[in-house]
Design a protein around this ligand. Structure first.
Ligand SMILES: [Zn+2]
Length: 315
């Protein structure tokens, strides 16, 4: 069932979530690292892997990718070595996690166990895990993204967090067109990187996914804005807000439909500037590939979420 398994994994169905959760829990029992850290590392790497072409596609349930030369050791003449002793001798990080005597770089449990040894070097409490993660990834952003995903998973206690909401309640008048790539626009970061949803002042603005508030504040072009990172490592950007919802703070976990602010026309000047264009929500989506971040067109997603919500309401 190798091929259907991968197809299912891409869709993230219940069976796959269950099987992954079983693996994470098994590792938690073995290493004392809570399951949601395994889930977060795995999910972070899966998102990177799917965003890049230079990493082979995953074959099992686990998305973590360890390069053969890192697994087997840089000087190991056999980069596919599965012998835990020679791997150790050559300084590889590959380990036997399921007790079959083989350190198989394609085995989910072996991969998770090898990863746990890398990040456990300083201890299993959050601060020490952060140091372990930094030593492994050598990138601050990777560490904060993984810690953020872990927080979402631990808050909800499930891996099934792919639900979405349209950013404006459907009962409020709103309109939007596909303006992707237009040179002009109100408050994209560079060119127009997003979709403008026109609505009246004060219309509630809602989180579109499960996620963590990563950014909140003023920007000369974007005005009052909020950024939310979801478990797929997608960054959702909300700009030109009239104001923020009470109690919304950086680091806070939100879910689809959480009210984060309201529609406004802020931006294009020093903090507080508003009214230089009609009120609307600028909504952008960004993807991180482990090195850099780029924007992609949110329009088809907005249409799909709006459709799904209308359908659910009719039922
Ligand atoms: Zn815009």
């Amino acid at each position: 069932m190798g091929i259907p398994m991968v197809a299912n994994a891409a869709e993230g169905n219940q069976d796959v979530f269950q099987e992954r959760m079983y693996l994470y829990s098994k590792m938690e029992a073995l290493t004392q690292i809570p399951w949601y850290y395994y889930a977060a590392i795995d999910q972070y790497e899966r998102s990177i892997r799917r965003a890049r072409k230079d990493i082979p596609k995953e074959t099992g349930l686990i998305g973590i990718y360890i390069k053969p030369e890192v697994w087997a050791g840089a000087l190991n003449p056999n980069s596919n070595d599965t012998n835990p002793h020679s791997i150790q001798l050559f300084g590889g990080i590959g380990l036997d996690g399921n007790g079959d005597g083989v350190a198989d770089q394609t085995n989910d449990e072996d991969i998770l166990f090898a990863m746990s040894e890398q990040i456990l070097a300083y201890g299993s409490d959050p601060d020490n895990l952060k140091i372990g993660l930094w030593n492994y990834y050598k990138r601050d952003k990777s560490v904060s993204l993984i810690m953020g995903i872990a927080k979402i998973y631990s808050t909800y206690g499930t891996l099934d967090l792919d639900k979405h909401a349209f950013p404006v309640p459907l009962g409020y008048n709103h309109s939007y067109k596909n303006t992707w790539g237009d040179a002009r626009g109100w408050g994209g970061r560079r060119m127009h990187e997003g979709t403008d949803i026109f609505a009246s002042y004060g219309t509630p603005v809602r989180a579109t996914s499960y996620g963590v508030i990563e950014m909140k504040g003023w920007n000369r072009f974007g005005g009052w804005r909020i950024g939310i990172r979801d478990v797929n490592n997608t960054y959702h950007y909300f700009a030109h807000l009239n104001g923020f919802a009470k109690d919304i703070a950086i680091g806070q976990v939100v879910e689809p439909g959480t009210i984060i602010g309201s529609v406004g026309s802020s931006g294009y000047g020093p903090p507080g500037t508003a009214g230089k264009f009609p009120p609307h929500l600028h909504y952008g989506m960004y993807k991180d590939n482990g090195f850099t971040e780029w924007s992609f067109d949110p329009y088809p997603h907005l249409r799909a979420w709006e459709r799904a919500e209308r359908k659910a309401k009719k039922r």
